[in-house]
Design a protein around this ligand. Structure first.
Ligand code: IYR
Length: 221
């Protein structure tokens, strides 16, 4: 074996009873997560967001390349710029690019091209994927399973934020390349997801939709 190995640290094994309790708890807890589309402007200490991003950065990734970059946007001017650019794309989406079927599928969510939450929420977290990583001015290192890796990290980020009591909205205006320009990110980074983060606006409502049952989403063979 060529690499260096160290003992597995901090692994904790539980009794079966404890595992059962924990599995019930995590299911109940994650079932309480709902995407919201109306956010309060109340401020949130940035350390909380930073810790959640650190947690997301612990995600597994292809060949441990960690092909992600997170930009926390709290600056009001930048948020406004992002809103203007996103609404331009969304206007084209709702008034032409989207198929009839797609618009029909979106009806229960009552979404439209207006995205005030991009300015109102205290934080936007833009998750970038790195198709390759620049190691220095001449060299690049190739990344593997980039979408899978960044998708897992994004899921962990949403989970961490939910654990802190923060609501999120996974927003993907398409295309999102305007984010490179506004946030001054290099060409090897591609926007993967725009996560809106904050407290839900008081009195906000969410669509009355349900989750598929265990038997619909899983099989035991
Ligand atoms: N990006 C648009 C449309 C949209 C698409 C899907 I798929 C959604 O789950 C929700 C919205 C918007 O944000 O309005």
């Amino acid at each position: 074996m060529s690499g260096k190995f160290i003992p597995l640290k901090n692994y904790k094994r539980f009794s079966e009873e404890e595992m059962l309790n924990r599995s019930q708890f995590i299911n109940d807890f994650l079932q309480t997560r709902r995407t919201v589309r109306e956010f309060s402007s109340q401020e949130i200490p940035i350390e909380i967001i930073e810790n959640c991003i650190k947690a997301a950065g612990s995600a597994p990734s292809g060949a441990n390349k960690q092909p992600w970059h997170f930009v926390i946007v709290k600056n009001q001017k930048l948020k406004k710029e992002i809103r203007v650019a996103a609404e331009k794309e969304e206007n084209e989406f709702y008034n032409g690019r989207a198929t009839k079927e797609w618009l029909k599928d979106l009806e229960p969510f009552e979404t439209n091209a207006d995205k005030p939450f991009l300015e109102e929420a205290p934080y936007l977290i833009v998750v970038f994927e790195e198709k390759f990583t620049k190691t220095d001015s001449e060299n690049i290192s190739k990344n593997y399973y980039v979408k899978e890796s960044v998708g897992i990290a994004a899921g962990m980020l949403i989970t961490a934020l939910h654990y802190c009591g923060l609501a999120t909205l996974t927003h993907t205006p398409s295309p999102m390349n305007f984010l490179n320009k506004i946030l001054n990110r290099p060409k090897n980074e591609k926007p993967f997801l725009l996560l809106v983060v904050g407290y839900p606006k008081e009195g906000t409502k969410v669509p009355d939709i349900s989750r598929k049952s265990f038997n619909e989403i899983a099989d035991v063979k």
